[in-house]
Design a protein around this ligand. Structure first.
Ligand code: HAM
Length: 422
């Protein structure tokens, strides 16, 4: 019979990789806790309307990338393509934005029907960070400091670059959009096909075009920075001063616009040249109008999301990963000694909860078990044979060091292991 395969672009995370995922998630969570951010969890599915109203009807995500279906009640639901919209919905619904500020994070799978390639998947994982209720640029800077600290901890600062821009107010952006469209209309023939299509739908995305001819055309056209309103200009100036003060390096990219409609003012991306076309590892910005747009009271907001698969690819190629063994001690149980082996391993785990103790199950010769112990990556094998069981002893064998093995009373084992483990 033909075997059923996984859905294209949706990957299994196998045991050999999950240790790295756990390590990465651990470093992220530790960093977030250090900044006093709290976790929020929300469903992986929402009413389709939520994403349409927040991300924008004429964005790539909403137009062609959402996993949308009717449930049994004929209601249109969508697997979340991102977390910001759900986060706002959850906060509003649960009164988290009422007269208070919030600094939140979430982590989990997102779904976009994109063409899969290295660093781009249909189910991928993000850690998202969202803050609510703080209008000033200090929180924008804190978010970038947070991401920078994370890259530092992972040994990745040498392969990522922070690009920042200001998108200004809605009014400023719409004036600029008008000027851009007028300019590009008169040079329509020189535009690449994609950009020509966007001219009528989402002209700001043309700034993102990969076509060199289009980029050259843009060089001579209007610049978003000339259209910024005074408050946004001021906000951006203070934001860059704060980045300078806390030593976060950045470049200003006036062409940086985001693919989701809810942003205003600060927009940023950490990009890399190590992942081919998928250059953005972490991206976000301010979205001060979204809460009101979704029916809440106007609330300033800013946040970002990191693509965990992309971060992992960087980490595997460029970062510093500590050794991530899953076995420290391998207990070989040779002969009819399983009951004693089980209770001895339990005793060790109880006394030394950080030690990873693998108890051999399924029998087999002494030689065979020691081979497996060696392969497991453990640094110590404990040998419990029938002689040891009768005598109440256990043998400690060093697998990675030239040290003589020793046989000791089982009652002394915890003490010896604790010392070795130190
Ligand atoms: P985004 O730019 O759409 O923003 O995605 C953020 C990050 O998710 C990207 O920079 C990338 O690392 C990762 N990513 C996106 N699509 C894929 C994919 N198909 N495969 C693998 N990784 C992917 C947002 O999602 C906003 N919600 C970010 C945000 C939060 N803005 C404010 N708060």
């Amino acid at each position: 019979m033909k075997k059923i395969q996984a859905i294209r672009g949706m990957n299994d995370i196998l045991p050999e990789d999950s240790a790295l995922w756990q390590y990465l998630e651990g470093v992220i969570q530790q960093t977030l806790a250090g900044f006093s951010y709290r976790e929020i969890r929300f469903p992986i599915m929402e009413k389709t309307e939520l994403f349409k109203r927040s991300i924008g009807e004429v964005t790539d995500i909403v137009e062609k990338e959402m996993y949308t279906f009717l449930d049994r009640n004929e209601e249109s639901l969508t697997l979340r393509p991102e977390g910001t919209a759900s986060c706002v919905r959850a906060c509003e619904e649960n009164g988290l934005l009422y007269n208070q500020t919030q600094r939140l994070w979430y982590m989990g799978p997102m779904f976009r029907y994109e063409k899969p390639q290295k660093g781009r998947y249909r189910q991928f994982h993000q850690v998202g960070i969202e803050t609510y209720g703080v209008a000033g640029p200090d929180i924008d800077a804190e978010l970038l400091l947070l991401s920078y600290e994370l890259f530092k901890k992972l040994g990745l600062t040498h392969c990522v670059e922070l690009q920042i821009n200001s998108l200004g107010s809605d009014v400023a952006r719409s004036e600029f959009r008008q000027a851009l469209v007028t300019y590009l209309q008169s040079h329509k023939d020189a535009l690449d096909e994609d950009s020509r299509r966007r001219l009528d739908t989402n002209p700001l995305r043309i700034l993102d075009s990969k076509s060199e001819a289009t980029q050259r055309l843009l060089d001579a056209g209007p610049s978003l920075s000339d259209y910024l309103d005074e408050e946004s200009r001021q906000h951006f100036a203070e934001f860059t001063q704060l980045l300078d003060a806390c030593g976060v390096p950045y470049t200003i990219n006036n062409r940086l616009v985001r693919g989701l409609d809810y942003y205003n003012r600060t927009a940023f991306e950490w990009v890399t040249d190590k992942l081919g076309a998928q250059s953005a590892v972490c991206a976000g910005g301010r979205y001060d109008n979204l809460v009101a747009q979704l029916g809440g009271k106007a609330t300033p907001a800013v946040g970002f999301a990191i693509g965990l698969e992309r971060l992992l690819l960087l980490l595997q190629g460029e970062g510093s990963v500590p050794s991530l063994g899953t076995v420290d001690v391998y207990l070989a149980a040779v002969g009819n000694v399983q009951a004693q082996a089980l209770s001895l391993s339990s005793e060790v785990r109880r006394a030394l909860p950080n030690l990873k103790v693998f108890m051999h199950c399924g029998g087999g010769s002494f030689k065979n078990q020691l081979k497996k112990a060696d392969k497991s990556g453990a640094s110590i094998a404990l040998i419990l044979g029938e002689n040891e069981a009768v005598a109440g002893t256990v043998t400690v064998k060093y697998l990675r060091e030239e040290k003589p093995q020793l046989t000791l009373p089982q009652g002394e084992l915890v003490e010896v292991l604790a010392e070795i483990n130190n």
